[in-house]
Design a protein around this ligand. Sequence first.
Ligand code: NAD
Length: 465
Amino acid sequence: MNNFLTDTNRFVNKALKLTSISPGLANKIITCNSSYTVRFGVRLRNDIYTFEGWRSVHSEHMEPTKGGIRFDISTHVEEVEALAALMSYKNAIINVPFGGSKGGLKINPKDWTEKEIEKITRRFSQELIKRDLISPSQNVPAPDIGTSSREMAWIADEYRKMSPTDINAAACVTGKPANKNGLIGREEATGRGVQYILREFFKHEDLVGSIKYSNGINEKSFILQGFGNVGYNASKFLTEDDGMKLVGIAEYNGGIYNEKGLNVDHAKKFFTKHGSFKNYPKASFIKDGSLLLKRKCDVLIPAARENVITLKNANDIKAKLIIEAANGPISFDAHKILSKNKVFIIPDILANSGGVAVSYFEWVKNIRHIRFGRLEKRKNNIQFNTIIEAIETMTGKQMPAKFKSNFIDGIDEIDLIRSGLDDMMIDGFREVKKEYSQMRNPDFRTAAYKVAIEKIAMSYDSIGL
Ligand code: NAD
């Protein structure tokens, strides 16, 4: 069995020991319900190429099940099962009414042109749709490593063609482009969620004090691994909104470091243009990006992939706070070492759940067939205007113009999305913190797992399982 899956189950087992869940139910919770393997041929470059992919459903205590699809050459069924399990647990923590699933296609997207990837994605989708492994009511994918809104639009289009009478067709997948039944704010959501969780952490003096940091997120330095969707967005928001200082970025083909701070958008532009940080003008280049994980910083943000902090490097980590933006970046054994070294870890099942939170909003919007705020905005404008006029008349004073326009214009859909996301992240954090505060040997990851599995157990229990 692969490390990632074994380790995920070891984390669950550790938390299970703190519950009164029966061994039979515990086994049901841990077990992945099903994994479908598909091998399909696509005619490309005057030949037939065979691809292999998976869709695993970990838990159907709530439906639809939900979880991204990754396109990655190193993916395999056990990785997909581990990721599907993480989806069940993160949905439970933030109270998203979905079960957990995940998909993977063994492919290096860089080997293929856009047209070819489209053809491959559409064929893969057909195979999954045929078996209800993509469906608005049963199984709803989203982007993950190597996929984006582009692939989600192709998947949605395939589903619509194969189910032309399904009025909820658009809800078969989330993370679609905003102009294709998507939601502004989904692309940034996982990074945004990381920001909200980190902000919340720094508001808890007891937690901040436990790692002997000064209060406040402002000016805290951080190193990021993985400059893709999640990593880019998280680092952009943390530097621009919260005044954090990004001192290092590690990518698979090298990283950069500058203790005075890096500009996120400048670095992104450079990396997108050159495909590497080599010769980046404003920082030192480190050929082996993984070495950056060991450098001094306040917060370490792994946002690339699993198993990057293991027995090999856990003892060398200098940061006292790690927030797992990626899924499974810390192995079980590394977690033990880090805990012994008093490193505080905010686990993946809480830290990166912002993606599925906003996916939930997108799914709801697709089912409702109306955008959030559509009905009430104009009515609110009129009401707020009336209140302001009344106050001005009664006091004989004018309200400041900026305050007035903020108040009267109300909020747009994106503001609603961000506020809903913030609320879900904070609630999730506080629930885990409550559990953590009651533990004899406090460990935030175990607390998060305990919260998740107790909710799943309750859900199974209430249907008589
Ligand atoms: P992505 O493909 O957009 O970005 C991943 C980035 O990591 C790429 O820039 C890639 O080059 C880099 N990378 C790959 N291997 C690396 C290595 N060994 N060292 C350094 N960099 C490396 O993927 P993403 O969507 O940003 O996902 C990143 C992580 O976040 C994954 O673990 C994913 O499962 C998790 N996640 C993603 C979402 C989402 O909404 N996209 C939601 C929850 C969790």
